[in-house]
Design a protein around this ligand. Structure first.
Ligand code: ADP
Ligand code: MG
Length: 616
């Protein structure tokens, strides 16, 4: 065990020590101008980390980073020169100011996405630049000079050599904090949101809040950079916070690799140094950066940081080293709950799911018309119907993805229609998706960890004040992920990217992820689609075990054999209405059902069973 730990951490500690020594000795080896450039590079590195967190990790386009930077630099300048505050109190207030501006910029992100968000954040940045050049308090085009030297226990920080050490310490702490965020619950959730916001919502991520959090985090790094910049240069002017620098920053993040904080740092330091070399040819430099960015986006979207992994993949393919085919291990059944179905039998408990007159209209198309059905506690309910009959739409309404045009949904007696998906997830609802929605860039283990983590977004205060709590929670989550992986026979695939795995395994991961939240009601949308015979048999065993553990299951399925063998009752939808409901045997004998299916030639792939598999 000790040896294992040593093997795991020794190389990292070695690298860390090497970096510390290099950072310590650097000022002894470079001249006065070079140390100035290094000091600037560190400021950009902080900015790039913040930008990477918003853009690469959380997937939120953020072109306002230069404004976050400017807000805190200006706040420091104004508070020290106009208001006579000391440097450090001013710096603390400046950080708060940029965090608030970050939250403000995050508000549009609640409503819009991708390029719209890019335009809005850019607009905010432009607005800020405009303010700096015009506002009297900001000193107009001349800017603000005579910012005091930050006091530091008698160390003279007006020396750029000594200032370098302050920056290195702040930078190292900030990078460590950023990496801690990325590798723990908050970062995982942000990455899940980036990969698939709908699926992230369905496993309990509070998407709107999470977006704002991403902007706030980004702005705190921007704020830190602004404070350090103000203390370093001690003179600020609008020039620094212009669009050219915003795009330089964007280039740093894209070239370095936005999904890797270390990549962002490499991009920032690299481009700062290159820009210095090209200082006499600014136009060529900008053109060059632009071309490199375009090439990067096309040929290496993961930036320099992603190159090693891509090279390895190419090499593996060339050498014929493909991952050895691991087999899906058998599922370990859940422990049966004692009282499944008893409450319902006693006639006392409320139904688990009541759908009451639900209608859903997409423009002219009535996808659901007055659909009502009731699912009792501990039931496995089948929902069948031709393609396009509204089954998935019904799930989308129940799980909060769509707001119904009419009617109500009650889960465990509580009206939930109109609630957001994350709220439903917290009420004990989980679902899978007809067209698999796993988080593509997360490992299988991380996919499960996102869903296992039930902490609320506001609990992120612990990142700032009680990181030990986060660390402990991580250990608990990882233990539970191990259990879940083992139960679903997925241990061998823990580190794999889900997209590379066979379909049957991906389907099983989705069920495991849905079960990670310990739901009371599980909605499965065509879980057998694309599975082979043996996989369908295993699926049947899994669903039954899940029900026996006390979870109510609703199952949309085309595989009638599976429906017949699993479900106590079946509801048939056609053209957005319920046309039949009853035991599987009753339903297949129903005239309306036979007609609905025969009338839909596209359903030739869905054989009506001759009820040989009906269970007792
Ligand atoms: P099923 O799952 O039973 O195959 P769906 O619920 O996916 O059927 O679709 C029912 C009908 O609603 C289809 O005609 C489909 O085209 C339409 N529909 C589903 N989602 C949307 C949407 N987001 N916008 C417009 N039409 C939709
Ligand atoms: Mg469907």
């Amino acid at each position: 065990m000790n040896a294992l730990l040593r093997n795991r951490y020794a190389p990292k500690l070695g690298t860390l020590a090497a970096f510390a020594v290099i950072a310590w000795l650097l000022p002894y080896t470079v001249g006065g101008y070079a140390i100035h450039v290094v000091d600037i590079a560190l400021v950009f590195a902080l900015l790039a980390i913040g930008m990477g967190l918003a853009m690469g990790i959380a997937g939120q386009i953020n072109l306002a980073q230069i404004a976050f930077f400017g807000v805190s630099a200006y706040a420091t300048a104004i508070l020290t020169t106009h208001n006579g505050l000391g440097f450090w109190p001013a710096a603390a207030l400046a950080l708060v100011a940029s965090a608030l501006i970050g939250l403000l910029v995050g508000i549009p992100a609640l409503r819009m996405q991708s390029h719209y968000l890019g335009i809005v954040t850019l607009g905010l940045a432009l607005g800020f630049i405009n303010w700096t050049t015009n506002a009297e308090i900001a000193g107009g085009a001349e800017g603000i000079s005579a910012i005091p030297v930050p006091p530091m226990f008698g160390v003279d920080l007006s020396s750029e050599y000594l200032y370098y050490y302050l920056e290195v310490v702040v930078f190292a702490l900030a990078l460590a904090f950023g990496l801690f965020v990325v590798r723990t619950g908050l970062g995982r959730r942000m990455m899940a949101m980036r990969d698939d916001p709908l699926a992230a919502g369905a496993v309990g991520a509070e998407i709107p809040l999470l977006r704002m959090t991403a902007f706030m985090l980004s702005s705190v790094f921007g704020g830190l950079a602004g404070v350090l910049y103000a203390g370093l240069i001690r003179y600020i002017a609008p020039d620094t916070f212009n669009i050219a620098n915003m795009f330089l920053l964007l280039a740093m993040v894209v070239i370095g690799g936005r999904q890797s904080l270390v990549g962002c740092v490499v991009g920032a330091v690299g481009l700062t140094l290159i820009r210095e070399k090209l200082v006499d040819h600014p136009t060529y430099a900008q053109l060059g950066f632009g071309i490199v960015v375009v090439l990067m986006v096309v040929f290496a979207p993961t930036g320099l940081a992603g190159v090693p992994a891509r090279l390895k993949a190419v090499l593996d393919r060339r050498l014929g080293r493909t991952a050895e085919r691991s087999v899906l291990r058998p599922f370990e059944p859940y422990e049966a709950a004692a009282n499944v179905g008893e409450d319902a039998a006693a006639g006392e408990a409320r139904p688990m799911l009541e759908i009451d007159g639900i209608a859903k209209q997409f423009r002219g198309l009535k996808a659901l018309k007055d659909v009502s059905l009731t699912v009792e506690r501990g039931e496995i309910r089948g929902i069948v119907g031709p393609n396009g009959s509204g089954k998935t739409t019904l799930f989308n309404v129940v799980s909060g993805f769509y707001r119904p045009s009419g009617g109500r949904v009650l889960v465990d007696g509580r009206v939930v229609s109109g609630s957001r998906p994350y709220r439903l997830s917290r009420l004990g609802l989980a679902r899978t998706f007809q067209n698999l929605r796993l988080f593509g860039e997360l490992s299988v283990r991380d996919n499960l960890l996102v869903a296992l983590d039930r902490s609320r977004t506001y609990a992120i205060w612990r990142y700032a004040l009680w990181p030990v709590g986060i660390w402990r929670q991580e250990r608990r989550l990882h233990r539970r992920a191990d259990d879940l992986l083992r139960r679903f026979g997925l241990t061998e695939f823990a580190a794999a990217a889900p997209g590379a795995l066979p379909y049957g395994i991906q389907r099983r991961i989705e069920i495991a992820r849905a079960m990670a939240g310990s739901p009371r009601l599980l909605l499965l949308d065509e879980p057998a689609a694309g599975l082979n015979g043996e996989e369908v048999r295993q699926l049947s065993e899994i669903v039954r075990s899940i029900r026996d553990s006390g979870v109510t299951v609703v199952l949309i399925e085309h595989n009638m054999g599976l429906v017949m063998s699993l479900c106590e009752r079946v509801t048939v939808l056609a053209g957005g209405s319920v046309i039949a409901e009853g035991t599987p045997a009753e339903v297949v004998a129903d005239h309306a059902v036979i007609e609905a299916y025969l009338g839909d030639s596209a359903m030739a792939d869905m054989p009506l069973p001759n009820s040989t598999e009906v269970t007792s």
